[in-house]
Ligand binder design. Structure first.
Ligand code: FPP
Length: 286
């Protein structure tokens, strides 16, 4: 063995490469994607649609133009999810923190929202899509609130894609709300404190009845979860795409799904190993 090879081998031994890559940036250089087979698709996809503002400013346009372009991308991704048989899609459209943006930008977003729910509802209903709003709908301006409630009511019995749109949403606020609902249920004598387990907690979240998120996608190169679905993302695979949200399309979405399909999900266990019959004091979950 040459000295060079020996040095590399020793280097690998003492500084092993990470065996599990949990974060994969998707770049333009990735190979052409293929849609994974149905059994390898995530049941629940969540997307943080980031980069509308930068997309617009980069073109010398007002930020509202970025949100308008982002709405086109959103329409396409909802259609793709429906075409490909994704069970549930959760989109982060407006956080509780977004109210702090300028009056013009908030106004533009509210306008787009109203327009979207008016123009798309027929197609979504026809496609058997069930719409759920994640977040504090009561805190939305009246015209938007009415449109959202109507959309939820109209599609409540649909059995196709579960489309969740997070509006006036904050993850910590969702957890706090669930804790409050549980406390009320105890106070009203409906349950005992001992009945509070993970299922009881999950049943009080906006996503009650849905599986946890399998795949989180965030565009624009930012790598954080920004108070989005903290409970539901616990074991989600994360894929970060460099492109700005208005540039996100079916091809990029498919790439993210391929990256997901290639991941080794172990949920804290070890592949191929039977679960132990002993109950450990603490779970070593990674
Ligand atoms: C984040 O980009 C995006 C938002 C806060 C809004 C997302 C809204 C839409 C995609 C369209 C409207 C939604 C519906 C349901 C019709 P950013 O503005 O923070 O981008 P930046 O980080 O580049 O500033």
């Amino acid at each position: 063995m040459s000295l060079d090879k020996l040095t590399r081998a020793l280097g690998d031994m003492f500084n092993p490469k990470p065996r599990y890559i949990t974060v994969t940036p998707v770049t333009d250089k990735s190979a052409e994607p293929v849609l994974p087979p149905p059994q390898a698709l995530p049941r629940h996809v969540a997307i943080i649609m980031d980069g509308n503002g930068r997309w617009a400013t980069g073109r010398g346009l007002p930020r509202s133009a970025g949100h308008a372009a982002g709405t086109e991308a959103l329409r396409e991704i909802i259609r793709a999810s429906d075409d490909w048989g994704i069970g549930a899609l959760s989109l982060y459209a407006f956080s509780t923190e977004n109210w702090s943006r300028s009056k013009e930008e908030v106004g533009a977003l509210m306008g787009l929202l109203l327009k979207y729910f008016t123009s798309e509802i027929d197609e979504l209903d026809e496609k058997n899509v069930r719409i759920t709003i994640l977040g504090d709908v009561d805190g939305m301006p009246e015209p938007q609130r009415d449109a959202l409630v109507r959309a939820m009511q109209r599609t409540a019995k649909n059995t196709g894609l579960r489309l969740n749109i997070a509006l006036n949403y904050g993850g910590r606020a969702e957890l706090t709300r669930a804790a409050r609902l549980l406390a009320q249920a105890v106070r009203d004598g409906e349950i005992e404190p001992e009945d509070i387990d993970e299922d009881a907690f999950a049943a009080r979240l906006y996503t009650a009845g849905l599986p946890d998120v399998d795949l989180l996608i965030r565009t624009s190169g930012e790598m954080r979860t920004s108070n989005f679905l903290p409970w539901q993302l616990t074991y989600a695979e994360m894929v970060f795409d460099d492109c700005l949200w208005p540039d996100f399309d079916r091809t990029r979405y498919m790439k993210c799904l391929s990256v997901y399909a290639g991941r080794d999900r172990r949920f804290g266990g070890v592949k191929g190993q039977m679960p132990s019959t002993d109950t450990p004091d603490k779970e070593d979950a990674t």
